[in-house]
Design a protein around this ligand. Structure first.
Ligand code: CP
Ligand code: NVA
Length: 308
């Protein structure tokens, strides 16, 4: 296991599967008897440049459930790269805490933090990717369908940070990944190139199209996310004109496999990218998916701390 958890693509398929197996085991143990205090004496600093519900609370609770502690540093407090250089922050924090989780605007900033830290750094979302989310997503998919390869994962909407990590984890696990996104909102070519390299080794099929109806044909998983990510707020009006054909609604879900599950990393903008009917309907797994953040991250932290 590497020092840091920055991107799903940094890990082998086997390492990812081991993390998923550990997450599922820790989840079972948590509900049966509680987890042992494997993180006793350890503190995770959580640096946030953007708001968060799931990432903040699930990392905090992951540390507490396993006997450790977490320290929240808000956007106003730390001034990453503004009040102080990232290299200096990394070296100072390395003497205070045992790991750092950072949610940043610019992906280069979390890479810089990792470069200069002697402790593990976890990427809690950047403008490029969201690897912790993808681990919880993969856990949710495997809990539903088992470890079968060849599942069809269809992402409908913006080719954003969440789409990148979902594409990479799908390729790593041998699932077929199709994305339907409007012109101008495609996944970044560098991320696609990485996915193609992974897919060449695992047999995963990658498809990039515009038509959401074509994307969901035969889909086992339909995934969507907000049309406007954090940091893009000034583009909201323009995006609200472009994305309505990409709404995940009952009609679209009806075109997929009959046992399809619908996923969303949340927060959802209900009745924009995802209708209430679907979000609260029988195909939806959005809440178990959110809850799996806790278990997936316990596994990531346990591996980074070298305690499991
Ligand atoms: N899915 C996710 O990362 O949610 P938060 O932004 O609330 O952490
Ligand atoms: N794509 C979204 C995900 C939020 C968890 C964003 O970056 O705002």
């Amino acid at each position: 296991m590497k020092k840091d958890f920055l991107a799903v693509s940094d890990y082998t398929s086997q390492e990812i599967q081991e993390l998923l197996d550990l997450a599922i085991a820790l989840k079972k143990e948590y509900f049966a008897s509680g987890n042992p205090p494997l993180f006793k004496g350890k503190v995770l600093a959580m640096i946030f440049q953007k708001p968060s519900l799931r990432t903040r609370v699930s990392f905090d609770m992951a540390m507490r459930h396993m006997g450790g502690d977490a320290l929240y540093l808000s956007p106003a407090e730390i001034g990453l790269g503004k009040r102080e250089s990232i290299a200096d922050i990394a070296r100072v924090m390395s003497g205070y805490v045992h790991a750092m989780m950072a949610r940043v605007f610019d992906h280069a900033h979390v890479l810089e933090l990792a470069k200069w830290s002697s402790i593990p750094v976890v990427n809690g979302l950047s403008d490029y990717n969201h690897p912790c989310q993808a681990m919880a997503d993969a856990q949710t998919i495997q809990e539903e369908f088992g470890k079968a390869k060849g599942l069809n994962v269809a992402y409908v909407g913006d080719g954003n940070n969440v789409a990148v990590s979902l594409m990479h984890v799908s390729a790593k696990l041998g699932w077929n990944f199709t994305i339907a996104s409007p012109e101008g909102y495609d996944i970044k070519p560098q991320a696609v190139e990485i996915a193609r390299q992974i897919a060449a080794g695992t047999g995963s099929k990658l498809t990039f199209i515009r038509d959401p109806h074509e994307a969901v044909k035969g889909a086992n998983v339909i995934y969507t996310d907000t049309w406007t990510s954090m940091g893009q707020e000034e583009e909201t009006a323009r995006r609200e004109k472009v994305f309505p054909p990409y709404q995940v609604n009952a009609g679209l879900v009806g075109e997929a496999d009959k046992n399809v599950i619908v996923m969303h990393c949340l927060p959802a903008h209900r009745n924009q990218e995802l209708t209430d009917e679907v979000a609260d309907g029988p195909h939806s797994r959005i809440f178990p998916q959110a809850h799996n953040r806790l278990h997936a991250q316990k596994a990531i932290l346990a591996r980074l701390f070298g305690v499991a």
